[in-house]
Write a protein that binds this ligand. Structure first.
Ligand SMILES: Cc1ncc(COP(=O)(O)O)c(C=O)c1O
Length: 386
């Protein structure tokens, strides 16, 4: 039996989601823009999904725009806001050093085209300081984009306070909530943001479908030009089956969150405590709280995370590593690097991200396997160095 502990990378689509996607693909194949019965059937399926997805984040259905996933939602929010506010002379963008590449690389692309971008640093907690973001704000700040929870650490960022500070300076606020949707209750009005990204495959929905919430009244340049779909913001015939699947996944997540959150948090905490106690030279990365309930990030001294990941995979345990091998050298995670952790510690980090299928037995197995594996890898490194 394989143990999957990489739910932050993706989740298996729930059986009822798979069934609905298949049924809609087969039976509801009309073009949602067509006026006839077939088109209206597709439009009705999308309307249902829009309501379900809006409910997941406490929004009005008319404020949700379906996209091709979290990366597209982030691009649409950032590029759309930057373009819409440029004529008003707002040419400055604020983000953090620990964002997902979908945000970081979009910001870097805009920086190359003349926008000033401030990347706010973080400390070893992996939580962005509200003061640091406030200090970064300028009179011409167009947009502040700070993720809701970090995908590598699980740390939850103080979005409400950041949004208050940013909006007081007339800037728009975007949050990438890809790692919180379905894990924590979200209320867009309470967060006080203008734009919020989510992605279906992180909460047991299909891949390649996401949504961007755009607060009513916010002007955003259209991100895909063409037909009038999605109120002219994202043109192109819609992925009706994927959207229906996202709706079903959203409804399901809302139901499950209250029981799954505490259940996974208890498993995660036991896993974390067990690993830290059983593996000499291991340390948790980032603050324990506030965190999404399913994520633990641990560095193991004198170990390269990729070797550990492969070793665990051979034992049937799937996790993810913080560092990645590029052109023969280990590249530490940009998140751990931004936190100012010692280089060696950034190279030995692994992320456990739990989900619905995980049980106590899975946690026991990881705690049983990991110490021996770490020792073996350390001995191997010593032998190789001789
Ligand atoms: C925080 C965060 N933002 C954005 C994305 C990208 O989402 P998608 O895979 O739907 O493009 C991910 C996925 O790893 C993520 O964790």
């Amino acid at each position: 039996m394989r143990i999957y502990l990489d739910y932050n990378a993706t989740t298996p689509p729930a059986p009822e989601v798979v069934e609905l996607v298949a049924r809609v693909t087969r039976d509801v194949w009309g073009n949602a823009s067509s006026i006839h019965h077939f088109g209206q059937q597709a439009k009705a399926a999308m309307d249902d999904a829009r309501g379900q997805v809006a409910e997941l984040v406490g929004a009005e259905p008319s404020e949700m725009v379906f996209t091709g996933g979290g990366t597209e939602s982030d691009n649409a929010a950032i590029r759309g806001a930057a373009e819409a506010l440029e004529p008003a002379g707002r040419r400055h963008l604020v983000t953090t050093a620990i964002e997902h590449e979908a945000v970081l690389n979009t910001m870097k692309a805009l920086a190359r085209r003349g926008w000033r971008v401030t990347f706010v640093p973080v400390d070893a907690t992996g939580i962005v300081s509200v003061d640091a973001v406030t200090e970064a704000l300028a009179d011409d700040t167009a947009l502040v984009s700070v993720m809701h929870a970090n995908n590598e650490l699980g740390t939850v960022q103080p979005i409400e306070a950041i949004a208050q500070a940013a909006r007081a300076r007339g800037a728009l606020v975007h949050t990438d909530a890809v790692q919180t949707a379905g894990k924590l209750p979200i209320d867009v009005r309470r967060l006080g943001v203008d734009l919020l990204s989510i992605s279906a495959h992180k909460f047991y929905g299909p891949k390649g479908v996401g949504a961007l919430w755009i607060r009513r009244g916010v002007r955003l340049a259209p991100f895909v030009t063409g037909g009038r779909q999605e109120r002219g913001r994202r043109a192109g015939t819609e992925n009706v089956a994927g959207i229906a699947g996202m709706g079903a996944a959203a409804a399901r997540a809302r139901q499950k969150m209250a029981s799954e959150g505490p259940r996974q948090a208890a498993l995660r905490d036991r896993l974390e405590r067990g690993v830290l106690a059983a593996v000499p030279g291991s340390e948790r990365n980032g603050a324990a709280e506030p965190r999404v309930p399913n994520t633990a990030n641990i560095s193991v001294e004198r170990i390269e995370s990729e070797s550990l990941l492969i070793g665990l995979d051979l034992e049937g345990i799937a996790v993810s590593s913080g560092s990645a091998c590029s052109s023969g050298t280990l590249e530490p995670s940009h998140v751990l690097k931004a936190m100012g952790l010692p280089h060696a510690r950034t190279l030995g980090s692994i992320r456990f991200s739990l989900g619905e299928a995980n049980t106590d037995a899975d946690v026991d197995r990881v705690i049983a396997v990991l110490p021996g594996l770490v020792e073996k890898l350390r001995n191997l490194t010593v032998t190789m160095k001789r």
